[in-house]
Design a protein around this ligand. Structure first.
Ligand SMILES: NC(=O)C1=CN([C@@H]2O[C@H](COP(=O)(O)OP(=O)(O)OC[C@H]3O[C@@H](n4cnc5c(N)ncnc54)[C@H](O)[C@@H]3O)[C@@H](O)[C@H]2O)[C@H](O)CC1
Ligand SMILES: [K+]
Length: 514
């Protein structure tokens, strides 16, 4: 599913009349009618619906909805915020209509009979917000929130909650916190990211009245954003041919481990087996081999390495290499990683301590070291590792989370799986996928190793690196979500690993009850 940025939304608003002869007022009538329909479907009792109306088109959407609800004989009233005469042309037109219809209009919050209100619908401001929410609007929101609390009034937002940045999900102090947000065409990027996601509540997407994918085909700054969700995965996952045998399902090689850190490559290797790789080998430093052999599942083959040439020999007949889990941060290990990366051009998934060897890629001598590979490398850093790879603080990255991931993937020509909340998959061409699955129970050591093994297994089975990163990232979180319904936390990475196969079967043949 498409996720719209503020600029894309505004581009659609501009092109609708300019290029396609569709007056913005038509889109607004659609938007307002959709809002009214959703509210009417939820409405119960005899109390009123109060529209908080700013003087822009966001407010105007609400005035349209008020008019439609009046036709359905649902009681409505309006609170006007801001100077109406300075409002947008469409706002002024809609305001004239509701006045002519005699809908009750308040200009002071003190005059509102709050005990008669069933729901508040916030149309104070939408994608037109510039900078921090202004003080007067914050004041109004604080009073409204407390009245809603006091009278158990449900809270709705139109398009995006007032105060939420439509692109980054950052929120101004005293932003409107909705139970539901009704948006048009597609979800805005800011309500897929935290904390904006928490302020939007349950997001309902309604049609816009214009084929916006066609409109966006000519959008120049075309770095698009999509939701990484089950519908996308169902288009990517391929059933297995009846004659598939282990030789056709590839061979994953995991290179990792160090004293006391055997679990990481082991979990990556086992996840590769559970995700369908034909064969999986885990190679660790010589002095760790015995420990690995005593712990690992029999389906995983084992090997050891001491030098780059050992790794080059091991990787020769493999489909994909997962490099880094538990590798450790010794100087000589970092040298082996850099020397190996300079010579090996096959499909590779870099994780964990492989990033230690790369250091500050954005500003250091490893900048661009992955650029000219025949298959873009897949990198799976968490926020802390990404901070080191970019030389930027975690806070700075989070303030512009999507763009930070996009810029890095383009600059380094890699497929970046940024394991934040939510995770992002950024492609070398700048396309971003925001993971729509995942939960807080995933915050345990080893989850990243399982993810590395899953992504590697899909590369091994013949998926393009982009596809493997998307499928692995979503299935990893989706499987954790399934476990999270029974245990909010406390399920283990190995629990995720052993369940992957049944989740894949369920997605490939929905009739199967897993
Ligand atoms: N394509 C679509 O999705 C459609 C969306 N519609 C709605 O239009 C709004 C955007 O309307 P716009 O007039 O551009 O801006 P707003 O109404 O969001 O806000 C303008 C209003 O806000 C004041 N303002 C600006 N910055 C701040 C601030 N930091 N603090 C307080 N106030 C601020 C500004 O002065 C103006 O008065 C979109 O969200 C949809 O709801 C169309 O109606 C249908 C098609
Ligand atoms: K709004």
């Amino acid at each position: 599913m498409r996720i719209l940025t503020k600029e894309e939304s505004q581009y659609i608003d501009r092109m609708a009349p300019e290029k396609y002869g569709i007056p913005l007022g038509y889109l607004m009538e659609n938007a307002g009618s959709d809002v009214a329909q959703v509210l009417a479907n939820h409405y119960k009792g005899a109390k009123s619906i109060l529209f908080l109306s700013g003087n822009g088109n966001n407010g105007a959407d609400g005035l349209v909805a008020a008019r439609h609800l009046m036709e359905l004989e649902i009681p409505v009233c309006i609170y006007l915020f801001g100077e109406s005469q300075k409002g947008s042309q469409l706002f002024k037109e809609q305001l004239h209509m509701v006045k002519q219809l005699g809908i009750a209009i308040y200009t002071s919050l003190d005059d509102i009979p709050w005990h008669t209100i069933w729901a508040v619908v916030e149309g104070l401001i939408g994608t037109g917000m510039k900078g921090e929410l202004r003080f007067q609007m914050k004041e109004v929101i604080e009073i409204v929130q407390s009245q809603c609390e006091l009278y158990s009034i449900s809270k709705w937002s139109i398009d995006i909650p007032a105060g939420v940045n439509a692109n980054t999900g950052e929120v101004s102090h005293s932003s409107f916190k909705a139970d539901y947000t009704i948006t048009f065409g597609a979800t805005k990027q800011g309500v897929c990211l935290y904390p904006g996601k928490e302020y939007a509540g349950h997001v309902i997407v309604k049609p816009l009245g214009i084929p916006f994918e066609k409109v966006l085909q000519n959008y120049q700054a075309y770095h698009n954003t999509w939701g990484l969700d089950i519908r996308l995965i169902e288009t990517l996952l391929r059933p297995r041919s009846a004659i598939a045998h282990k030789g056709r399902n590839g061979h994953t090689l995991v290179i990792g481990g160090s004293n006391g850190m055997i679990g990481a490559p082991l979990m990556a290797g086992e996840a590769s087996v559970h995700s369908g790789a034909g064969k999986t080998t885990v190679a660790v430093p010589d002095d760790c081999l015995r420990t690995l052999q005593n712990k690992v599942m029999p389906e995983v083959m084992t090997a050891s390495f001491r030098s780059v040439s050992d790794i080059m020999d091991l990787v020769k007949d493999k489909s994909v290499l997962a490099l880094g889990p538990g590798l450790g941060r010794r100087e000589e290990t970092a040298q082996i990683v850099l020397e190996f990366l300079a010579t090996y051009d096959g499909p590779i998934v870099l994780d964990a301590d492989a990033f230690y060897a790369l250091g500050d890629m954005a500003n250091g001598e490893t900048n661009g070291v992955l650029q000219s590979r025949s298959h873009p490398a897949i990198m799976t850093p968490h926020l802390g590792e990404f901070s080191r790879l970019t030389g930027r603080s975690i806070l700075d990255i989070q303030k512009n989370y999507v763009q930070s991931a996009r810029d890095f993937a383009i600059a380094q020509h890699v497929v970046l799986v940024l394991k934040g909340i939510p995770s992002l998959v950024a492609l070398p061409n700048g396309t971003i996928y925001i993971n729509m699955a995942g939960n807080s129970g995933m915050g345990t050591g080893g989850m990243g190793d399982v993810l590395t093994g899953m992504i590697s297994a899909f590369v091994a089975q013949g998926y393009e690196v982009n596809e493997a990163a998307l499928i692995g990232t979503f299935l990893h979180s989706y499987t954790a979500d399934r476990l999270g319904t029974k245990k909010l936390w406390g399920y283990t990475p190995s629990d995720v690993s052993v369940r992957i196969g049944s989740v894949i079967s369920e997605l490939l043949s929905p009739s199967l009850n897993v």
